[in-house]
Design a protein around this ligand. Structure first.
Ligand code: PLP
Length: 429
């Protein structure tokens, strides 16, 4: 498979774009080689600048749950564009979007639209602090909530240490109130609350972690978060930027039956356009400006073209059986890959929740901790990634990202992916 156009474009891109990309993971630093430059996409497929076709399991990192270029979304966008791109004033489509999101996610009485997942989590943290009058935040190792300064934090050594900045440019003072705990460690959460409960404004968590590959919550973990937050007057924030509308119509909170105080959304809610949202209980959301004192704003927030794409996407998801079908596709894929790996004698396991999945090169049968993800064979993943890419299968170019299926992936697409994987696994030996 020739990718000379991508190679040329990548050389050109590096002249005026840092690293040649507008978001770091796209640079392929996690797998080596040259990033693929795409020219168009349709359904389950991406087409690169050399006109190679790939079955896509990245889905623009989550939003494209209907598949690429879905006619209903494209037409809604075209109609919105014809009416004007942005007004900086209220529109009916924002009201429709708010009504629909609050109906689909029952823990939300009110919702505020923003322009990215990062903005959603940043505003949710500010709101939680403003509403509770407390400063400390608990987050979990391996969970990513966007590039918000106070959440861009590495765990210190040991479960109860303060976080340290995860990037130069983040002042230590900004992360001083962020406590980092191991994901799926309910006892560590209870211990911190016992010591500092009255200072904790909020716990923010990916209810299914999707940024350390895909790691579902273990039995009782989310219940403990809910119980501890309620007992100590802290807010529970579910960051459903990735899981929202994907693992179930009502997100992970519907799947696991846990009601958070605040929820952040992104990705699918914009249907491929830049949209994020935060929402939750009325009494908390009323602390936001203009009703309350917690400031939050955005020139392009609730943009009518972006709302049209998101609304058309959410409406399509309500089709009866949509999430069962999505879950079945992801299960067919992960079960098929596991069987192919077993046949080839490769140590390999998978996680899967609804339309998201994770692939792990390991002899372990179950992955539920960040440390276990880190212990997987990254070199094998890199070789597998390139063997799949050369066979027209586009996986996330990092061992630490979840994969996604869309409703446009047919059984034939998935079976062809498993066939390619059988060859790729065999080439690893
Ligand atoms: N929260 C989660 C769980 C995410 O997966 C991401 C992005 O991948 C974000 C927040 C940040 O969203 P964005 O990249 O739109 O700023």
């Amino acid at each position: 498979m020739s990718r000379t156009q991508s190679e040329q474009l990548f050389r050109r891109a590096q002249k005026h774009i840092p690293g040649g990309v507008n978001s770091p993971v796209r640079a392929f630093s996690g797998v080596g080689g040259t990033p693929v430059f795409f020219e168009r996409a349709e359904g389950a497929y991406l087409f690169d600048e050399d006109d190679n076709r790939y079955t896509d399991y990245v889905g623009s990192w989550g939003p494209m749950v209907l598949g690429h270029n879905a006619p209903a979304v494209r037409e809604a966008v075209q109609q919105a564009v014809a009416r004007g791109l942005s007004f900086g004033a209220p529109t009916e489509v924002e009201v429709e979007m708010a009504d629909l999101v609050c109906e689909m996610v029952p823990s939300m009485d009110m919702v505020r639209m923003v322009n990215s997942g990062t903005e959603a989590t940043m505003s949710a943290i500010r709101l939680a602090r403003g509403h509770t009058g407390r400063d400390k935040i608990i987050k979990f190792e391996g969970c990513y909530h966007g590039h918000v300064d106070s959440l861009l934090v590495q765990a210190g050594s040991g479960a109860l240490t303060l976080g340290t900045p995860g990037s130069p440019g983040v002042p230590a003072a900004v992360t001083a109130d962020t406590l980092v705990l191991p994901y799926n460690d309910a006892a560590a959460v209870a211990e911190v609350f016992a010591q500092q409960g009255s200072d904790i404004a909020a716990v923010i968590v990916e209810p299914v972690a999707g940024n350390m590959n895909c790691v579902p919550p273990t039995q009782g973990f989310l219940d403990t978060l809910r119980a501890q937050c309620s007992e100590h007057g802290a807010l529970l924030i579910f960051d459903e930027v990735m899981t929202g509308f994907r693992v179930a119509l009502g997100g992970a909170q519907a799947l696991y039956g846990i009601t958070p105080d605040l929820t952040t959304l992104g990705k699918i809610i914009g249907g491929g356009m830049p949209v994020g949202a935060l929402g939750g209980r009325r009494e908390i959301m009323e602390s936001l400006a203009p009703l309350g004192p917690v400031y939050q704003a955005g020139t392009l927030s609730g943009n009518p073209v972006a709302m049209a794409a998101g609304l058309a996407t959410l409406q399509a998801l309500r089709e009866p059986g949509f999430h069962d079908a999505l879950d079945a596709k992801a299960r067919r894929l992960t079960e098929g890959l596991s069987m192919a790996a077993r046949e080839c004698g490769i140590g390999f396991t998978t996680n899967q929740v609804g339309g998201m999945f994770g692939l792990f090169f390991t002899e372990q049968t179950r992955i539920s901790r960040f440390s276990e993800v880190m212990a997987c064979d990254k070199e094998r993943f890199q070789r597998f990634f390139h063997a799949m890419l050369d066979r027209g299968i586009y996986l996330a170019p990092s061992a630490f990202e979840a994969g996604f299926v869309s409703i446009a992936h047919s059984d034939e697409d998935i079976d062809a992916t498993i066939k390619a994987a059988r060859e790729a696994f065999a080439a690893l030996l």
